[in-house]
Design a protein around this ligand. Structure first.
Ligand SMILES: Nc1ccn([C@@H]2O[C@H](COP(=O)(O)OP(=O)(O)O)[C@@H](O)[C@H]2O)c(=O)n1
Ligand SMILES: [Ca+2]
Length: 428
């Protein structure tokens, strides 16, 4: 693939990727507190001249598991995981810039699922860690991110970085993010009908680069991959699972195991005597999604950019390449689900949940959102869009995509590059 010149290589020339401090360098620290893990992004920006906007020069990334919500009952321990990540920033940012470097944490679905009380306790402890650090702590620096904002940021990132938000012919692509606890769908409606038929809170307008965008976006809480496992097992929203055994036809017959999620321990297993395989599993999973999601007509035919667990499971089952990603159809997930579920014993080296996960993805796409079998999904590794991303982060499309700050910062550079470079959108 080395002969494929990507337009963004000029945005992020490899030789400027490493972080090296210069006089006009400044930093920003962003935490993505997801339901399955906490991640730190330490960004370096460089202002080359006073009239130019600063440019992103590099990123340091690190992550820990589990996510903050696993510490629902030990908020101090949760905050400690944040502190350990923040210590990396102490090493990465030169001391004279500490006081000018903002630190922000945005929590997503894991904390949304907790009680207000437990979520606030965690956020408070994190805030304390920030305040004890030498960094700049802006107001409201530690908060739960709104679900529609989460969807919009992903959409902007993908479409901006693929060059769709500048110039005339804007062919934006919708985004599908499948997290651990929630899932987002975001697209730019082309038909008046969609705007009329959608619930009011599914539509959000915002302005960027002198255009107004009215997006369809929604975050479904409890429909992330891990939450869906619990829902399928009938164990979602159980404060204490009391050692109860949850069984499913989506799991290997003989399996009996334990699983921790959101600070709760669950026992789960296969249908020892009963049925297993794709058919009964699909029926089980169907109960979780059927009639629960809004189905905008116009998405049936359009293609989407799918990442997070869509990407992970597609890679796990060799539907796409880890480095390159690829294009697949909704029915590819179904084909794989059948293959895995109907040969469960053969797949026992992988996660015992592989059958359930693939079946859920199939049901979510088809019965949940109403996609057609042949709807195209692009699933790309994060490194495809962010070639400078740290190696540890390869294969991940960033789900929180670092706030408007960065998009604003890219603007000047991007327009400059476009003049003498043909952009190459993501394609098969
Ligand atoms: N920077 C990141 C962070 C997470 N992810 C993916 O997001 C999924 C986990 O979701 P999450 O822990 O953020 O859960 P939510 O809080 O979004 O529901 C995994 O598939 C991760 O690989 C990503 O692609 N890029
Ligand atoms: Ca996420």
């Amino acid at each position: 693939h080395s002969n494929r010149v990507m337009w963004f290589q000029d945005l992020f020339p490899p030789n400027v990727c490493p972080i090296n401090a210069k006089a006009n360098t400044f930093y920003g620290i962003m935490f993505d507190a997801g339901s399955t893990g906490t991640r730190i992004h330490i960004y370096t920006f460089v202002q080359k001249s006073p009239e130019n906007l600063p440019e992103l020069e590099g990123e340091i990334f690190e992550s820990v598991k589990p996510g903050l919500s696993a510490y629902a009952d030990q908020p101090e321990k949760g905050a400690e995981t944040v502190k350990r990540l923040l210590d990396m920033a102490i090493d990465a940012v030169p001391p004279h810039l500490w006081k000018k470097t903002p630190v922000v944490l945005k929590a997503t679905a894991g904390l949304r699922l907790l009680s207000e009380e437990k979520a606030q306790a965690l956020l408070l402890e994190v805030k304390e860690v920030f305040e004890e650090s030498p960094f700049l702590v802006p107001e409201n620096s530690v908060s739960i991110m709104d679900g529609s904002y989460e969807g919009i940021l992903a959409w902007i990132t993908v479409n901006f970085l693929t060059g769709q938000l500048s110039g005339q012919n804007q062919h934006t692509v919708g985004t599908l993010d499948l997290g651990g606890a929630s899932t987002q769908i975001t697209f730019l409606p082309r038909f008046e009908e969609t705007l009329k038929e959608s619930p009011g809170d599914f539509l959000t307008s915002f302005e960027m680069f002198n255009s107004t965008y009215k997006l369809y976006t929604h975050s479904y809480l409890g429909f992330g991959l891990k939450a869906a496992r619990l829902a399928t097992l009938g164990a979602l929203n159980m404060e204490a699972a009391d050692g109860q055994m949850f069984r499913s036809s989506c799991l290997p017959k003989q399996l009996e195991a334990e699983w921790h999620f959101g600070g709760v321990k669950y026992r789960y297993g296969g249908n020892k005597e009963g049925e297993t395989g794709f058919k009964p599993c699909y029926l089980e999973v169907l109960k979780v999604v059927k009639g629960k999601l809004h189905q905008p007509d116009e998405i049936r035919g359009s293609s989407f950019y799918a990442f997070s667990y869509y990407y992970d499971r597609a890679v796990d089952t060799n539907l796409i390449d880890y480095e390159q990603g690829g294009v697949l159809e909704v029915r590819d997930f179904e084909r794989k689900a059948k293959e895995v579920c109907d040969n469960m014993e053969r797949y026992n080296s992988a996660s015992p949940f592989l059958c359930m996960d693939l079946t859920y993805i199939t049901a979510l796409l088809k019965e949940g959102f109403g996609f057609r079998d042949n709807t195209l999904l692009q699933s790309r590794p994060r490194s495809f869009i962010f070639p400078c991303a740290a190696d540890t982060h390869k294969g991940r499309v960033d789900a929180i995509h670092k706030t408007f700050l960065i998009h604003k910062n890219f603007k000047g550079k991007y327009q400059q590059e476009k003049k003498n470079k043909k952009k190459q959108p993501l394609q098969g």
